[in-house]
Write a new protein. Structure first.
Length: 381
């Protein structure tokens, strides 16, 4: 008999759907001791919530997150709301002894993130932050290659996270999905929304970032509000951000992100150059990892394009037969499976709130470097 674990999900947007799918699928593909139960979904708009809950099989609904957090029949609070609600919900959930799942970025800023960490540490509840890209098999293979020390000394890290959906000046800000353009709801623009992914991946693969020097730009200075189209307000998020990095291990890096790269829909890439080898990944070609090994016979040297679908590749023994690729939604299922496994073994799940706070601290340093036009040393403590 599997142990039931009752989920309370807050937010029914893009991430609410991705997580609901993970809860429904995980036990079909992974042999686990725990079984998530889609116990209650929560959002303010009851009519839309009912449709969402019915579609995904949520057993009940709540329109007030405080009520959901107060329910005795809920084990996990999963936060898929705009970033400005993460702080209060995560702390209330931890205080009630619930397991906390939180969408990225952890919070609006590192001060809020620090409060959340304090609350989960105080009650000792298990926790997870949904940096799902770590669970792309090709990125997990990159981590395996780094752990096997095939690159030797690392010199360079080069990351890009590019999209193009805000180029049109008529895209409004605020409200469903577009809260990402409203600084009061999101905290920042591409830095928290996209570069947080790149920073999380980079620190996982290379180690902690020592210092950063950044530039940000807001190309469209004002936008109308989605929920009140007659009102126009200044845009306070960073539309684009680029920064230089020094890692604590001496490697240097460049990071670039924008929502104004025409033709780039969700291009999340990185390249690592080491003394003996290099690796390169592009989410728009997600099932492949590029690998160059200087140890190959010189007449055969060249970039290998590894199709990461074999049974010995990370996660792939849970899915289809070699050559059959998996997609975006599977990264959330893989993450959930790892978390449920960690509940059984007692091992720390990674990334948890403590690690996500470090990413948040780097994001804050990036934004303050851009503001002050100076290098910033990242202060993790
Ligand atoms: C923004 O467009 C967004 O949906 C991010 O919020 C996600 O984290 C990213 O993975 C895809 O793009």
């Amino acid at each position: 008999m599997k142990k039931k674990i009752n989920i309370g999900l807050i937010g029914y947007g893009f991430m609410g759907r991705a997580h609901s799918n993970a809860y429904r699928r995980v036990n079909q593909f992974f042999d686990l001791d725990y079984e998530p139960v889609l116990k209650a979904a929560c959002a303010r708009k009851e009519d839309k919530l009912k449709v969402f809950a019915q579609n995904w099989g949520w057993k009940s609904i709540e329109t007030d997150w405080k009520k959901l957090v107060g329910r005795d029949d809920i084990d996990v609070i999963d936060i898929c709301t705009p970033n400005n609600l993460h702080h209060d919900i995560a702390i209330a959930a931890a205080e009630k002894g619930k397991i906390v799942f939180c969408e990225k970025p952890l919070a609006m800023n590192a001060t809020e993130g620090g409060d959340i960490l304090k609350a989960v540490k105080k009650t000792g509840v298990a926790n997870l932050v949904w940096f799902n890209y770590r669970r792309v098999p090709a990125i997990a293979l990159a981590k395996q290659i780094m752990n096997e020390d095939r690159l030797g000394r690392v010199f360079h890290y080069r990351a890009k996270y590019l999209q193009d959906w805000t180029i049109n000046v008529d895209v409004p800000q605020g409200g469903a999905t577009l809260w990402r353009l409203d600084a009061d709801a999101a905290g920042s623009g591409v830095t928290g929304d996209l570069l947080a992914h790149s920073i999380d991946t980079a620190m996982w693969l290379i180690g902690e970032i020592d210092s950063v020097c950044a530039i940000t730009e807001t190309f469209v200075k004002e936008r109308k509000l989605q929920e009140d189209p007659n009102t126009v307000k200044p845009v306070k998020i960073d539309d684009a951000c680029a920064f230089l990095v020094k890692f604590k291990n001496g490697a240097i890096g460049t990071f670039e992100s924008t929502r104004y790269a025409r033709g780039r829909k969700n291009q999340n890439t990185f390249e690592v150059n080491g003394e003996n080898a290099s690796i390169c990944f592009d989410l728009e070609d997600a099932h492949r990892l590029q690998y160059f090994d200087h140890g190959d016979d010189s007449h055969l040297q060249g970039w290998r394009s590894i199709l990461v679908t074999d049974f010995e590749h990370p996660y792939m023994d849970h899915w289809w037969v070699p050559g059959c690729v998996i997609g975006y939604e599977h990264t959330f299922i893989n993450a959930l499976a790892d978390f449920l496994m960690s509940l059984k073994t007692g091992e720390k799940y990674s990334p948890d709130i403590e690690e996500a706070l470090k990413t948040q601290v780097v994001c804050d340093a990036v934004l303050s470097s851009a503001k002050n036009k100076s290098w910033e040393i990242v202060q993790y403590e």
